[in-house]
Design a protein around this ligand. Structure first.
Ligand code: MN
Ligand code: ZN
Length: 495
């Protein structure tokens, strides 16, 4: 983390130097707060000269005149009235990017003609926190990059009902904490974050009241998780399965469950990947990172729900002891799998994690997240994540949640004709159906391990990392899925 914002809410700001940020829609004559910071009317003049029209997420940067109560004024355009939740986040991110070379800033959030609610003020603040994230743990020269103010900045958000905004902001802080945790986990280098180290990070959620068990190789062996263990056997680092339980609901309520693929590094194994870009495979644990980040959010905001998070943590390496194409492994379900391609390892990890979850917890639904296939990146780029589901209602809820948080999902088909592509000559199934419909056959593989439980699989290979930077994300590891799933829980599964 570099720029740290200490955010507070107030009805008015005591201005004495520093920066003032004002918001303006196209239709408003002047932004809120103008009368306070700009008695001389320089904003109108500067806007005219710069042809600033308050287009969405545009900004006008003004050096305040002599005698003004602040040093600089930034006006941020919001476009036309009718802002969505995501617009408020983007506005916060845009504002955060403008806060530099100062240690204090006042933001006037109540735009004329918009009735800004406490929730929207908190969303704006969330946008600031998400934008402020950067991963520079391993940079020894901090430099004087002006995007990275070294110390913390006191930000006062000026709004009509500061008490209500502060209350709503507690949730924003919980969400930012979870998203930024997921980003950290994805960004960490693979030599630092192995399965054991990742499990230790999950264990830290105990501080928030999450119950965390870590299953070792021996315990997984006893449970018969031959598919997951087959992937791990080529690595000198032992696998782990972390089981996180948040019990915020009523004791008797069945839990909802989230399962994540946590391949801390994926070389492809014996079916080794080409060298170019292989370093990105440190992010092959993006699903596990999102699940861990989500559990962090649910516990931090004391969500009224019983939720399980299970992450399968392994490293996929080539080795004298690595599994071979042609090997047949027996999963915890008893179903046998012919390993056709050792690079199709994520599904081997998930199938045992899904079966274990269903068997032990009898959850209301299971949602798994995984950077599962390159094929989903070919199909959807890094705009949508792939959604596969056996349940129309869960599917619709997920899609709607994704539209609200701008973590977009696109539902892909399933069907018998695809399913048969993973039938095997020698075992119950094979772990790869070949190039055609690669994301769909991967989903069908998982589906064979969920029985009748409502289930959804999110293939986040195109969105968990390396997606384009935007107003609220400048990080390689995006934290995709955390806000989406929190929104799903909030909208449908809390008492
Ligand atoms: Mn792979
Ligand atoms: Zn993988």
């Amino acid at each position: 983390m570099s720029a740290k914002f200490e955010i507070s809410f107030s009805k008015s700001a005591k201005l004495n130097g520093g920066l003032a940020i004002l918001l303006k829609t196209i239709d408003a004559d002047s932004p809120a707060g103008a009368e306070t910071v700009d008695p001389a009317g320089v904003i109108a003049k500067a806007a005219r000269i710069a042809r600033f029209s308050a287009k969405s997420m545009s900004a006008l940067d003004i050096v305040a005149p002599e005698g003004a109560s602040v040093e600089r004024i930034v006006v941020i355009g919001l476009g036309k009235a009718g802002l969505t939740t995501h617009d408020w986040l983007k506005a916060g991110g845009t504002a955060a990017a403008r806060i530099k070379n100062t240690d204090k800033a006042a933001v006037f959030i109540d735009v004329p003609a918009l009735e800004t609610s406490a929730r929207e003020a908190a969303d704006f603040a969330l946008g600031m926190l998400l934008r402020a994230y950067s991963f520079d743990t391993y940079k020894t020269k901090k430099g004087d990059d002006e995007e990275k103010p070294a110390k913390s900045v006191k930000v006062t958000i000026v709004t009509a009902d500061p008490a209500a905004a502060k209350k709503a902001f507690a949730d924003s802080e919980a969400i930012a904490g979870g998203v930024n945790l997921a980003r950290d986990l994805v960004n960490e280098p693979p030599n630092v974050l192995g399965p054991v180290e990742f499990a230790a990070k999950a264990k830290e959620l105990e501080k928030l009241g999450v119950e965390v068990e870590i299953l070792t190789e021996k315990e997984m062996r006893r449970l018969g998780m031959g598919a997951l263990l087959g992937v791990a056997q080529g690595s000198v680092r032992p696998p782990r399965l972390a089981v996180m339980q948040w019990k915020g609901g009523k004791g008797k309520d069945r839990p909802i469950a989230f399962i994540g693929k946590g391949v801390v590094f994926d070389t492809g194994g014996i079916s080794i990947k080409p060298a170019a870009g292989m370093e990105d495979m440190k992010g092959d644990m993006g699903g596990a990172a999102a699940v861990t980040g989500l559990m962090h959010v649910l516990a931090s905001r004391n969500a009224a729900v019983n939720a399980i998070g299970i992450i399968g943590l392994v490293e996929n390496m080539p080795d004298g002891n690595a599994q071979r194409p042609g090997d047949i492994v027996t999963s915890m379900s008893g179903q046998t799998i012919e390993v056709i391609n050792t690079d199709a390892e994520g599904r081997l990890v998930l199938c045992d994690a899904l079966w274990y979850c269903n068997d032990r917890f009898n959850p209301r639904f299971m949602i798994n997240l995984a950077t599962l296939t390159g094929a989903i990146v070919v199909a959807l780029g890094n705009v949508h994540a792939g959604l596969f589901s056996n349940d129309d209602q869960l599917s619709a809820q997920l899609t709607a949640a994704g539209l609200s948080t701008n973590e977009k999902l696109w539902r892909m088909p399933l069907g018998k004709d695809y399913d048969k592509l993973i039938d095997s000559k020698f075992a119950d199934m094979k772990n790869s159906g070949g190039r055609q419909a690669g994301s769909i056959t991967a989903a069908h593989f998982l589906k064979r391990f969920v029985q009748d439980t409502p289930w959804a699989h999110l293939d986040i290979a195109g969105t968990a990392m390396g997606s384009p930077q935007d107003e609220i994300n400048q990080s390689w590891g995006s934290g995709f899925g955390v806000r989406l799933l929190d929104e799903l829980v909030r909208a449908h599964y809390e008492a």
